[in-house]
Design a protein around this ligand. Structure first.
Ligand SMILES: O=P(O)(O)OC[C@H]1O[C@](O)(CO)[C@@H](O)[C@@H]1O
Length: 545
């Protein structure tokens, strides 16, 4: 048994949460609830008043954070301590958005100058591609970028580029390939012109099967269009921490942008892995993105726990996961440009906190990371919101919305906002049997039928949600928003005493995948695995059922 579940605060929270009244009552009891339970930081506004909390709950949650030595753990990360203990690595994605004059030490050296040099190299490259100075093998400017990478080397560039669509440089388009399924790359290459296409291959390790295979296929395609081996340097660049492997693979040394072991894949969009973003939105906007994240870093390290946005959001998630039995958390973006964010936060949180042993190897006896999922509003309202309102699972929700649209059109944004706020209200207050019955008062149904229908219309309410607002979706507010969720994930991991920065489960999948690939290519049927795996491999080898 871990000491966490034996602590007095843990037990006090267990007792306390069962006595918290319905949120309707909490709002009736305290007219100041919104003012007291909202916080503004780095261009973001968080209303967390629609949660199953009162001041005692918050006090207990912050005690839990203090007992976990949260402040010490935060400073350990920021100063480069080796907190990823299973891979013996510092965790310094925050250094990627630090100020140029900061000194941050990893493995005995100040890493800020390298970060700045890489940003300068990116700036030079971005400028030359955007201006048309960078020419393809027939002397034409680049019109299309194909970004090849997977996991953090895909989701960050793709989702941030999508979110910053209004900032794209005219004349450049970007296509993202991640999956090893040939359909993905074949569909993306259709219609592209090799003379004007630039491939950015992103792989921290330079050893990921999908990315290597897709890059080789991209090279084959490029050469098949009439280009020669010497032309490759004008059309292929790589981002990696394994420069040796990239050069051995055939990448021109001048076309390699470095990154480092102290940056986790799912935290890497701030590094040169963000090159496709910078190519699309320009270096000034990329730096504004970094600046937004830096602002959130400063808030995270300096704000007291009770006003610290990432800490508040993390502790609320701990509350629901550990004391109310919630097993999933939904992210609902009320902005079409942010439609990819749930997938980004899904990798960030689930790859980080999907763990079941503590840092020192003890089995946890409490829930850790929830299932993260979601989508864009209002689409979800006509689909899975039904379960949020009336299902048996408790699913805390984050609603995210900019106050101003990049595309103001008639009443669209008013309607979008009213749906967003209306949903949080409905989740919180629900509908009682009496209210449902009253709504049926003018119907022609008899009393028995009315009672039956009313029963089906009851919504218990008391469903928690956060509402996150920003003036407008800009590179800066987006940077702050993503860093907010990074730190939220970190705080949860700190409470649960797990390593949020390794991913051994994912690594096993890679290993077994390679093993199966060998068996698929072997001369004889597979016989050494379990009967199901053998049979599936052999069916595949036959190519038909
Ligand atoms: O950048 P790489 O080394 O190709 O890895 C890609 C992704 O693979 C993972 O290790 C999981 O598959 C992620 O953490 C990482 O972002």
């Amino acid at each position: 048994m871990t000491t966490l579940t034996q602590s007095a605060t843990w037990k006090a929270l267990q007792a306390h949460t069962s006595q918290i009244p319905h949120m309707r009552t909490l709002f009736d009891q305290n007219p100041q609830r919104f003012e007291q339970m909202s916080v503004k930081a780095c261009g973001l506004f968080l209303d967390y008043s629609k949660n199953r909390i009162n001041s005692d709950t918050l006090e207990l949650l912050f005690s839990l954070a203090n007992e976990a030595n949260l402040s010490e753990k935060i400073s350990a990360m920021f100063k480069g301590d080796v907190i990823n203990n299973t891979e013996q690595r510092s965790v310094l994605h925050t250094a990627l958005r630090s100020k140029a004059d900061q000194v941050i030490i990893a493995e005995g050296a100040n890493i800020v100058p390298e970060v700045q040099q890489t940003l300068a190299k990116m700036a030079e490259f971005v400028e030359s591609v955007q201006s048309g100075q960078w020419k393809g093998y027939t002397g034409k400017a680049i019109t299309d970028v194909v970004s090849i990478g997977i996991g953090g080397s895909f989701l960050g560039p793709k989702i941030v580029s999508q979110a910053l669509r209004p900032y794209w440089h005219a004349g450049l388009n970007c296509h993202f390939v991640a999956n090893v399924d040939a359909t993905s790359i074949c569909e993306k290459l259709k219609g592209l012109n090799a003379e004007t296409t630039l491939f950015v291959m992103s792989s921290k390790s330079f050893g990921t099967q999908e990315t290597l295979t897709n890059t080789l296929s991209a090279k084959d395609w490029f050469l098949a269009q009439g280009a020669t081996q010497q032309d490759i340097a004008k059309h292929f660049v790589a981002v990696t921490s394994n420069v040796t492997k990239a050069t051995e693979f055939g990448m021109d040394a001048n076309n390699i942008f470095p990154m480092w072991d102290w940056v986790g894949g799912r935290y890497s969009l701030w590094s040169a892995i963000g090159l496709p973003i910078a190519l699309l939105v320009g270096m000034d906007n990329f730096k504004a993105l970094l600046d937004g994240a830096h602002q959130m870093d400063e808030h995270f390290v300096s704000a007291p726990l009770a006003q610290n946005m990432p800490v508040i959001m993390a502790m609320l998630s701990v509350l629901y996961g550990n004391f109310h039995g919630a097993q999933s958390h939904v992210i609902l973006t009320y902005d079409h440009y942010l439609r990819g964010l749930p997938a980004y936060f899904q990798q960030l949180d689930m790859e980080s906190n999907g763990k079941s042993v503590t840092l020192n190897g003890t089995d946890v006896d409490y829930s850790t990371g929830p299932v993260i999922w979601g989508g864009e509003g209002t689409n979800g309202q006509h689909a899975y919101h039904q379960l949020l309102h009336q299902g048996t699972a408790l699913i805390p929700a984050d609603f995210i919305m900019p106050l101003q649209s990049h595309n103001p059109l008639g009443e669209h944004h008013d309607q979008l906002a009213s749906n967003c706020f209306g949903q949080t209200q409905a989740l919180m207050q629900g509908r009682t049997f009496e209210e449902a019955l009253a709504e049926l008062s003018n119907s022609k149904l008899d009393e028995q039928q009315k009672a039956l229908i009313a029963k089906h219309k009851v919504m218990s309410g008391n469903k928690p949600s956060n509402t996150l607002l920003m003036d407008k979706l800009t590179p800066t507010t987006l940077g702050a928003l993503i860093a907010l969720y990074e730190h939220r994930t970190f705080v949860q991991g700190a409470i649960w005493q797990i390593n949020s920065f390794d991913q051994w489960g994912v690594e096993l999948g890679k290993q077994l995948g390679n093993d199966v690939l060998e068996r698929i290519g072997a001369d004889q049927d597979a016989t050494e695995l379990d009967s199901s795996s053998n049979a599936l491999i052999n069916l595949y080898r036959q190519g038909k059922l």
